[in-house]
Design a protein around this ligand. Structure first.
Ligand code: ATP
Length: 894
């Protein structure tokens, strides 16, 4: 018996007892009961076993006891129908094989893959097949993410006990990912050792690919900026790999589904119907939400009648409600009354939509009219989470409305809508997926798209769709209604267009293979791989999911993050936001404890807070990992250049500072988060032949330092070659470096490093607006003239916090060696490779940590510091990339 039939049968069992249950505040849904029965069957639990478990729970076992009764009835029902359900196939298979053991003699060898996801019955089955010596299992305990489906991670332990002579082979060489990705992924699951996950089976991972691009952990101010960041990053990475990658090579992995959630689809269904009464799937979806006692027979009658008269189902419903069609006479009184109410709601909201009501208000009105929150509470045990999702949809509509209003009411065509420009992850998902119902997965398999529903089909039931790799716009609804010109350009229409619920059939060629970014849940991504993976919303409440509170559940959520991260081959970026919209409000968010704990404990840097600059070596590693050949460097340089000059002037939203970001609020001054400028700088000094970003004239060892005195406090900011630095090292910390002899053009360039900082720090007092940094045209750069010369920027660096920020801003790499003089008032620090000398107050060392500079090691200045500088003939380290020492190329000792 398939699931739908089982569900109908269960619904019939529940119906006669529903009222009695309601009186004791129990609401049971057929799906929930079946899921509990399925879990019990997977463990081999009988109705009697379940009843005993319920009794053991005392008064708390009341609901379970009812489910045990339903389980028994369900089993009788199946037997009466001569049927088995899916779980029975395993259970009865096991029974049968136990009775007919002789058939097992023909089994020579047994191989079980994905063993970590096996349940109890499957394990018992394996035991029947397997004799000592003929069974091989393959599994990764760190990837066990199906506990909720009764998979039992303990089976791996059972295996060792039941087969004591088992030879355990750790497949620790990984052929998929770079060392940096493996290190970060392992850090997530191994941290559990000290936290929750005491039972983890020890294993390491290594790769011959080399470390590759560091893993990014990017913080953004809010969810929308996070989406902007990811969209920008995808374009940047394509350019910086010299078009080695296409959109197909990117995946954005979400912990949990959103647009496929039942409640989100319900609300969108209503909006679709309000927008376009002709849209049949929306009518069928919502006409009985909440339950209106419009039975299957009545509904089919309405639909057939509509077909007969050449009308849409909604039109027919309206005629029936208005008693303009005689069908109303054959309807049960209750159903008719409820249908009239439904029609009234749609009409009322349609008037509001036509009058230009904003979508957030429209949704709120809808929710109130239909009592949706109460309905969720009545019908779903997890109504809180579902209600949160509804609020998230409202939040999304707030943004779309704001963008539309910013456009002064001009209606945006579908392909240029505000939301499309915004490129949120969600609508990126829909654009990624719209392929007339089918899409190509990265391994070339055709996968049926979720939510595919033909308007020809008279589907009377809408269950939550099965997950597929590429979630699509649900039931892509033609946004244009035949007779709905009056709704054209309304906020509702713009919202639906923005949500990509519209499908431009003309633009869709079934056979066209358009490269597109994949967005899917981690569960759906299992077993797959992509050259670049983004994991957004790495936050508490998502990892672990807000509902996962038990230790085992938390561990499973940790493994879920591990699975997500290990899908990446060459580049992995995690993102999290400071705040996210919930309904119409922004609520603060925190980094996932899985990440914050392992980041703090890690002995080496496993996450970089900025996006990675891709070097020639990185390109080679990525190409090697994904088995492609990179373009010659000269062409790559041109692609990168073309990309950079195409960047819009000014900051992208995700680059702007935000109040709660302590890293960028050293000393109370809000500094510019300057990543694109960093990129510009890096590009400006990119030596494509040597594939290094370098400071001007560095190799010649010429001193490039700017120094000046402010009152009695000497302040130096600058760069010296290693030999120059060493020769300066013995001097007292208070002595500034001698002024540099620099070409004017170099001064300009150096000064322009700090210009954005200058602008940023001045911004607080509104003296100067930020200047965009123009690539490749130093002469065009306007140096603030406030202080009369090109060094003016450095004057603002008199505050130690500003100095810190400058160093961070220009991307000086860790490790940093802090130099302390005997006087605690003066300290300095110098990064390896790019040596810098800087006066610092002792307290500012603390703010270094705040700025995310790790490994601050104080050294008394009297001893000349051993600072690793560039060796003769060795290229300098790249600008802008605080990269840790290479790792991952050899087998680590675990
Ligand atoms: N011996 C090998 N030499 C080269 N490449 C290999 C080798 N084994 C596996 N690979 C490659 O490594 C990647 C991962 O392999 P595979 O999917 O078999 O691993 P897996 O253990 O099933 O991964 P997961 O369970 O994490 O999805 C694939 O791209 C595969 O082609």
């Amino acid at each position: 018996m398939d699931h739908d039939d089982a569900k109908k049968m269960m619904a019939n069992f529940i119906k006669p007892i529903a009222q009695a249950l309601k009186e004791v505040h129990i609401v049971l849904k057929a799906d929930d009961v079946l899921s509990q029965i399925s879990n019990a069957k997977a463990k081999g639990e009988t109705p009697a076993g379940m009843r005993a478990r319920a009794q053991a729970l005392g008064s708390g076992g009341q609901m379970l006891s009812v489910i045990a009764d339903l389980y028994e009835e369900y089993e009788k029902g199946l037997r009466a129908a001569g049927s088995l359900d899916f779980d029975d196939l395993l259970g009865y298979g096991l029974k049968l094989l136990r009775q007919e053991r002789h058939v097992l003699n023909s089994v020579k060898h047994v191989l079980v893959d994905e063993f970590q996801d096996t349940n109890t019955i499957q394990y018992e089955l394996m035991k029947l097949f397997a004799k000592e010596g003929n069974v091989t299992i393959v599994g990764d305990p760190d990837q066990a993410i199906y506990g909720w489906r009764a998979a039992d991670i303990e089976n791996l332990q059972h295996m060792k006990k039941d087969y004591p002579n088992t030879v355990e082979v750790h497949l620790e060489q990984n052929y998929r990912s770079t060392g940096a990705i493996l290190d970060a992924s392992l850090a997530i699951v191994t941290q559990g050792e000290s936290l929750q996950n005491k039972t983890r089976i020890q294993k390491g991972l290594y790769t011959a690919f080399g470390s590759g691009v560091p893993v990014t952990l990017k913080q953004t101010s809010n969810g929308f900026n996070e989406a902007e960041y990811i969209a920008d990053e995808i374009k940047r990475l394509i350019a910086h790999t010299g078009n080695l990658l296409t959109f197909d090579d990117f995946a954005i992995l979400r912990g949990h589904k959103f647009f496929e959630r039942l409640e989100v689809k319900d609300v969108l269904g209503y909006l679709q119907l309000i927008n376009n009464p002709q849209y049949h799937p929306a009518f069928v979806r919502v006409v009985n939400v909440p339950k209106r006692n419009i039975g299957e027979k009545t509904l089919r009658g309405i639909v057939d009648r509509a077909k007969e008269k050449g009308l849409s189902a909604m039109d027919m419903a309206e005629r029936i409600a208005d008693e303009e069609d005689s069908y109303y006479l054959s309807m049960p009184v209750n159903s008719r009354k409820n249908l009239v109410q439904f029609v009234d709601v749609i009409r009322k909201l349609r008037v509001q939509a036509k009058n230009g009501t904003r979508v957030p208000e429209l949704i709120e009105s809808l929710l109130e009219e239909i009592g949706y929150e109460a309905y969720l509470k009545r019908t779903h045990a997890d109504s809180d989470t579902r209600w949160e999702n509804v609020k998230e949809l409202i939040a999304y509509s707030v943004t779309i409305s704001q963008e539309q209003e910013a456009k002064n009411g001009t209606s945006a065509p579908a392909n240029q809508s505000a939301a499309k420009n915004t490129q949120t992850a969600e609508n990126a998902s829909t654009s990624a997926a719209e392929t007339n119902g089918a899409s190509q997965d990265p391994r070339g398999k055709k996968r049926k798209a979720a939510g595919e529903a033909s308007s020809e089909t008279v589907d009377l039931e809408y269950a939550e769709e099965e997950e597929t790799v590429v979630p699509v716009a649900n039931n892509p609804a033609p946004v244009e209604a035949d007779d709905s010109e009056d709704i054209e350009g309304t906020p509702l229409r713009v919202f639906l267009e923005a949500s990509m619920l519209a499908t431009d059939a003309q633009a869709q060629d079934e056979n066209a293979v358009i490269p597109r970014v994949t967005i899917c849940t981690v569960h759906a991504a299992k077993g797959l791989e992509w050259p670049v993976v983004f994991v957004p919303a790495v936050e508490k409440g998502v990892y672990p999911f807000i509902k996962s509170t038990e230790e085992a559940q938390v561990n499973e959520e940790m493994r879920l993050l591990y699975v997500a991260m290990t899908r990446a081959q060459g580049v992995l970026e995690l993102t999290y936001a400071d705040k996210r919209m919930a309904g119409k409000q922004e609520i603060p968010k925190e980094l996932s404890p899985f990440v914050s704990a392992c980041r703090e404990d890690a002995k080496k840097t496993i996450f970089e807070s900025e996006y990675p600059v891709i070097s020639k070596k990185d390109r080679e590693i990525i190409a090697n990992v994904i088995g492609r050949k990179p373009l010659p460097e000269k062409e790559t340089a041109e692609i990168i250049h073309a990309y950079i000059v195409s960047l819009p002037a000014g900051k992208r939203p995700w680059e702007l500072p935000w109040q709660s970001d302590t890293n960028w609020r050293a000393g109370g001054a809000a500094f510019y988060h300057n990543s694109h400028n960093k990129e510009h700088r890096a590009q400006q000094y990119w030596d494509s032949e040597k594939d290094e970003y370098r400071l001007p004239d560095m190799e010649q060892g010429s001193l490039q330092s700017l120094s000046q005195t402010s009152g009695s406090q000497p302040v130096s900011v600058g760069f010296v070659s290693a030999s120059q630095f060493r020769s300066q090292a013995g001097v007292p910390a208070t002595q500034s470096l001698p002024s540099a002899t620099m070409k004017a053009s170099e001064k300009m360039r150096i000064a322009s490093y700090s210009q954005p900082i200058f602008a940023g720090s001045q911004r607080a007092s509104n003296e100067i607006a930020p200047q965009p940094f123009a690539f490749g045209k130093p002469a065009d750069m306007s140096i603030p003239a406030a202080n009369g010369d090109s060094q003016s920027s450095f004057r603002t660096a008199q505050s130690t916090q500003a100095n810190n920020a400058i160093l961070k801003n220009i991307g000086l790499p860790p490790p940093i060696t802090a130099l302390t003089s005997s006087s605690p008032a003066h300290t300095g620090f110098a990064p390896a490779g790019l040596n810098s000398f800087q006066n610092f107050s002792a307290s500012s060392l603390a703010s270094l940590k705040n700025l995310g500079v790790p490994d601050v090691k104080p050294v008394v200045l009297a001893t000349p510091p051993k600072v690793a500088g560039p060796r003769a003939g060795q290229p300098l380290r790249r600008l802008g990339m605080g990269r840790p020492a290479p790792y991952g190329s050899t087998k680590p000792s675990f």
